[in-house]
Design a protein around this ligand. Structure first.
Ligand code: GDP
Length: 457
């Protein structure tokens, strides 16, 4: 394999930048362009050591930067190959110049995800572990980071591998029974066969359930803040976001556009849109706003319906309630402006399946209850801190396909079909699981997986 190099830190000004070189010629290249202080040579440096020195262009002796060089010797590196990492000053020009120097001294530019791909191809990581690297880097909350780290440490691989081993053992017994019926082999007992298949299916079902929790953590909750004008939607949104975003005025009907922002509430992220009210209007612009607001309400996963508790509900409030009642979505009723005294009773909302809470968007009172309500509605409190989450759709699709064939195999076993049919289906499930872990996967799929990484990873 060729020797490749890339800038592994973002190409922006910063304190430090790291240029990574990996492959058979990595230490030769580093030796040509890096002069350690103190008379040592790069070739003499043992693995896992670093040294301070200068980056020098061997063509003309020009010094580019003072830097640190870290040496990793195969197979004890991330990629499993000889690797050199140059930590230089984090200027864009310096970094690019050193990268160009590497390219002129025996390296090729690394593709997206090339270092992690090499780690996978050299057996340093399973495919699920490699994919978790991307998840760790993009994690924005504790739970997601923890789950990605566990996957990176091999948790997902070993759970899938456990299922696969059960099925492979079963396949061995089935094959012996089908191929050598005349031998005195113990019959594959019906009950045991079904038990193995359903326990494997159960494990995959559990993993797929965790995936849904993981998606909520990863992509956030599509949330609409609804309410008639002037109840305090923009104020609530701003308070959640922690800064002034939408225009807050005393005049009814100011918030006409759908505004989208992301707010973090505990472990969860809300993708918020603060919409116009849904009252009927003759004004064409307002009508557009209303139909947009209704569309958002139809599509979202969570509605936070805001009412001004300092004055009784009116026809417009009831119109909104009627509209959201029939949507049957996860719903939080916010009785806002609680600082002005509550004149709206919770009884008004008794027929709705909703969390109801008093709040003052203006002074932040009641926000903790709102956070708790969201967390409870999406079961975030029950998320297992050690949950194993598929990193992406590819893994999920493999698990779903394996689960589907296992269910078919179970039906075949229960309806007394031949063991041949059960064998073929189980075999297919195993091949899907091996595709998931990357033990049996086409080059095209490997290419596809790593093309989603960024350069330098
Ligand atoms: P929107 O039209 O629903 O987006 O309402 P705004 O957020 O623009 O708020 C309308 C008015 O109510 C503004 O004068 C806010 O300062 C005021 N307001 C919003 N929330 C509260 C609150 O919790 N308490 C009090 N006293 N006033 C509030």
């Amino acid at each position: 394999m060729s020797t490749v190099c890339a800038v592994s830190t973002p190409l922006a000004e910063g304190g430090l930048a790291v240029i990574r070189i990996s492959g058979e010629g990595a230490l030769d290249c580093a030796g040509r362009i890096f002069r350690p202080f103190g008379g040592k040579t790069v070739a003499e440096m043992p693995g896992y050591t670093c040294c301070y020195g200068r980056v020098v262009d061997p063509a003309d002796g020009r010094v580019l930067d003072d830097a640190m060089l870290t040496v990793f010797r195969a197979p004890h590196s991330y990629t499993g190959e000889d690797t050199a990492e140059i930590s230089c000053h984090g200027g864009i020009y310096i970094t690019k110049s050193i990268l160009r120097l590497c390219l002129a001294n025996g390296c090729e530019q690394a593709d997206r995800g090339e270092f992690t791909k090499r780690a996978f191809l050299n057996g340093k990581l399973s495919l699920t572990q490699a994919e978790a690297v991307a998840d760790m880097i993009s994690a924005r909350g504790d739970l997601l980071l923890r789950s990605a780290r566990l996957t990176r440490e091999g948790r997902l691989f070993s759970r899938i591998d456990g299922v696969k081993r059960q099925l492979v053992t079963l396949l061995g017994e089935l094959a012996a029974w089908v191929d050598y019926p005349e031998e005195d082999l113990p019959a594959v007992e019906d009950g045991a066969l079904r038990e193995t298949l359903s326990s494997a299916a159960g494990e995959l079902e559990a993993l797929l359930r965790d995936y849904d929790c993981g998606m909520v953590l990863r992509t956030g909750i599509d949330t609409v803040i609804a309410g008639k004008p002037n109840v305090g939607k923009s104020t609530l949104m701003n308070t959640l976001l922690g800064y002034e975003r939408s225009i807050v005025t005393d005049e009814a009907g100011t918030t006409r556009d759908v505004i989208e922002e992301t707010a973090r509430l505990g472990e969860l992220e809300l993708r918020l849109s603060d919409t116009a009210g849904i009252r009927g209007s003759d004004d064409r612009i307002e009508q557009i706003g209303v139909s947009l607001a209704k569309k958002r309400l139809d599509q979202c996963a969570l509605i936070i319906a805001v009412f001004d508790t300092s004055s009784p509900l009116d026809a417009e409030d009831r119109e909104l309630l009627d509209y959201i009642r029939q949507l049957g979505k996860r719903l939080i009723i916010v009785l806002n402006k609680s600082d002005l005294g509550a004149r709206v009773s919770r009884e008004e909302f008794a027929d709705l399946n909703a969390r109801i809470l008093e709040l003052s968007a203006k002074n932040g009172e009641g926000l903790a209850e709102l956070t708790a309500a969201v967390s409870e509605l999406f079961g975030a409190d029950t998320y297992d801190a050690d949950m194993t989450v598929f990193a992406n759709e590819r893994q999920k699709r493999c698990a779903e396909a394996a689960l589907e064939t296992l269910r078919e195999a179970l039906t075949a076993a229960q309806s007394g079909e031949t063991l041949d049919a059960v064998t073929v289906l189980t075999d297919h499930a195993v091949s899907k699981l091996m595709e998931l872990t990357g033990e049996s996967i086409s080059e095209a799929v490997v290419g596809e997986v790593f093309s989603k990484f960024c350069v330098g990873k």
